[in-house]
Design a protein around this ligand. Structure first.
Ligand code: FES
Ligand code: FES
Length: 128
């Protein structure tokens, strides 16, 4: 039911871990399945410099978190705010319909992390 790429990211997730001096640390969970994600973000010059995560979740959640962190590294904050679950699923070659929402853990965490960072005021110093 999962593509080879999904299985690859689920078995060998990229960017697992924590970031020392992360400017944004976001915890998101899904009360329905009890899964949760801890996302660490570092910013600079209006882009996401680094993204790492720790997770308790299903293979789809692990794979989409892995792909999401790969995709947002080097991405401008504006573009990352527009990232959708579907774009992450597409980058993985597709996900079963009932698993698309699992990618909202990572995408939602990225959006929340950026908003927190911008609200903290630091974002204003990062304009190019
Ligand atoms: Fe909970 Fe996928 S089933 S994250
Ligand atoms: Fe909870 Fe997929 S079932 S995120």
């Amino acid at each position: 039911m999962y593509t080879e790429l999904v299985m690859d990211h689920a078995m060998n997730p990229r960017n697992i871990g924590t970031i020392d001096g992360a400017q944004s640390i976001i915890k998101v969970g899904d009360p329905k399945c009890g899964d949760s994600l801890l996302l660490f973000l570092k910013f600079g010059n209006g882009v996401i410099n680094d993204a790492k995560f720790m997770i308790k979740g299903c293979p789809a959640a692990i794979a989409t978190s892995s792909m999401t962190t790969e995709m947002v590294k080097g991405m401008t904050l504006e573009k990352a705010l527009e990232l959708t679950d579907q774009q992450v699923a597409d980058a993985l070659g597709g996900l079963p319909e009932e698993k698309i929402h699992c990618s909202s853990l990572a995408v939602g965490a990225v959006h929340a992390g950026i908003k927190n960072f911008m609200a903290s005021g630091d974002g204003n110093n990062q304009e190019p």
